[in-house]
Design a protein around this ligand. Structure first.
Ligand code: 5AD
Length: 348
């Protein structure tokens, strides 16, 4: 009863206090989750109907200057074969994606300084020229504000940069000292000011994560008010310091998706690849918990295995752009339809 009241309050006021968040997270049950998901679906239907937006994910480089303890493409992973796509290869991914119906292309990569501002600007301009009706999303990590401005001017519209955890001490246990949470938060605020539609988010069940940390994430996200929020379970990767750590759960990830939908009704929420990696029905369950976006892999097939953020990362079948028919059927089986629209965020 008390927990349901908290969910009702969240629905009404779109905010909870830190203590209330912790109570709700710790008090969750399967019944409560169903109560939450029904509301989350209602709210999602009010704003976005039963449409599922798709994004073509182009993983254009697996080089990275960072050494995050959880991530398989960290620079310390010396066994990993590294690759970079050429501009021609990137454009050919877009061409295939466009033919399939994709109107958003996400350029995601490690923080790879080979792609200088000049090279990135060139790529973005070429994409913008060839695909004037498409959204261009960048997911390339922390950069100077001027660089973000240059890419926006070149035609990029959206930027994904997960904050990973809003708690200072927890952030330091996930990253080497050279990375700084405040710098990342500053990047997110700069991106918003420049005019990008901004996505942030976390890994659910990352090592050391507590309910208090999650409460801080929710408070941070409320304040940031991003256009998109990407969350997925942490999954260990065998070549990282966190190889022996436990994976995050489907159950908690779904619960958080529902909470996010109630807190930020118009936010775009992907049902992520990590979610479909830990459970074969994960993606559908994510949609039924309030998510409304999926991001199939549009990278060249020979590179997909090398973008190994975590073990067994799915990139084929319904996770692949070329498998869009499977994804469509899957979404239709639960009463949703994949649409071709750009799917801009309704936030602000
Ligand atoms: N498990 C789950 N997600 C991961 N990411 C990186 N490594 C892992 C992992 N081991 C996520 C991070 C990053 C996004 C691109 O992938 O949250 O922001």
């Amino acid at each position: 009863i008390k927990m349901k009241h908290l969910i009702d309050k969240l629905e009404r006021e779109k905010a909870l206090t830190k203590t209330e968040w912790i109570t709700l997270l710790n008090g969750r049950t399967p019944d409560l989750a169903e109560y939450l998901f029904a509301k989350a679906r209602d709210i999602r239907h009010q704003h976005y109907g039963r449409d599922i937006y798709i994004r073509g994910l182009i993983e254009f480089t697996n080089y990275c200057r960072n050494n995050c303890y959880y991530c398989g493409i960290r620079r310390g992973n010396e066994g990993l074969k590294r690759y970079r796509l050429t501009e021609e290869e990137i454009l050919s991914c877009c061409e295939q994606g466009y033919a399939l119906g994709f109107r958003t292309f996400v350029l995601q990569g490690g923080e790879d300084l080979y792609f200088t501002q000049e090279k990135m600007t060139h790529i973005i301009c070429s994409m913008r020229e060839k695909y004037p009706d498409c959204a261009i999303t960048l997911s390339i990590g922390e950069r100077e504000r001027e660089e973000y401005e240059a890419y926006f001017a070149a035609g990029a519209n959206r930027f994904l940069l997960r904050h990973e955890t809003a708690n200072e001490a927890h952030y330091r246990t996930l990253h080497p000292a050279e990375l700084d949470l405040n710098h990342r938060k500053a990047c997110l605020r700069n991106l918003k000011k420049i005019g990008y539609q901004v996505g942030s988010g976390i890994m659910v069940g990352s090592p050391g994560q507590t309910a208090e940390h999650l409460a801080e994430d929710l408070l941070f996200l409320k304040e940031l008010n991003p256009h998109m929020i990407g969350i997925g379970p942490f999954i260990p990767q065998k070549d990282t310091p966190f190889r022996e750590e436990k994976a995050g759960t489907l159950e908690l990830t779904l619960f958080l998706l529902g909470l996010l939908r109630l807190m930020l009704p118009k936010v775009l929420l992907p049902s992520t690849t990590a979610l479909s990696t830990i459970h074969p029905d994960g993606r559908k369950m994510g949609i039924l918990a309030g998510a409304n976006v999926v991001m199939p892999n549009l990278s060249p097939q020979e590179n997909r295995k090398l973008y190994s953020l975590y073990d067994n990362k799915r990139s084929m079948g319904d996770e692949a752009a070329e498998g869009l028919a499977l994804l469509k059927a899957e979404m239709e089986s639960i009463g949703y339809r994949v649409v071709s629209a750009r799917g801009d965020s309704l936030v602000e």
